[in-house]
Design a binder for this molecule. Sequence first.
Ligand code: 5GP
Ligand code: ZN
Length: 138
Amino acid sequence: MKKEDCIFCKLSNGEIPTNALYEDDIVKVIFDLNPASKGHVLIIPKNHFDDIYSMDNATAAHVFQTAVKVSKAMKEALNCDGLNIVQNNGEAAGQTVFHFHMHIIPRYEGDTVNIKWIPGKAEAEEITELKEKIAQFM
Ligand code: 5GP
Ligand code: ZN
């Protein structure tokens, strides 16, 4: 399940060599080329999924188990003050490489990483409406 001309297919399957932090049959964890902070890595499934919508449960579970493993190791090794997990889907959400990947971004007090939004407001009525709308597809 590889895609022609997909850079992350090539990196995760060894067609392009990379100094991976971790690898097993299902995922490869590589260092981001343009890291947001020291230790920023990407968890990449070896099979090609464009994004979260096409991913199967077993791979998703393994990706998150890997995120737990990597996060614990980061905390021990780098003594980071915090850590963000970011996973972008679609251009509107900032996805630039269209092979699913999960960012693990260690955080340090006073760093330059910017993952923020303006907090909004949601009325109870709107929440009920949203719940009914979304839950029918779950
Ligand atoms: P996205 O914006 O799609 O969530 O994240 C794509 C990430 O992949 C970016 O952080 C970018 O720096 C990283 N990236 C893009 N091309 C390469 C590459 O060839 N090698 C590595 N290691 N990272 C890459
Ligand atoms: Zn791919």
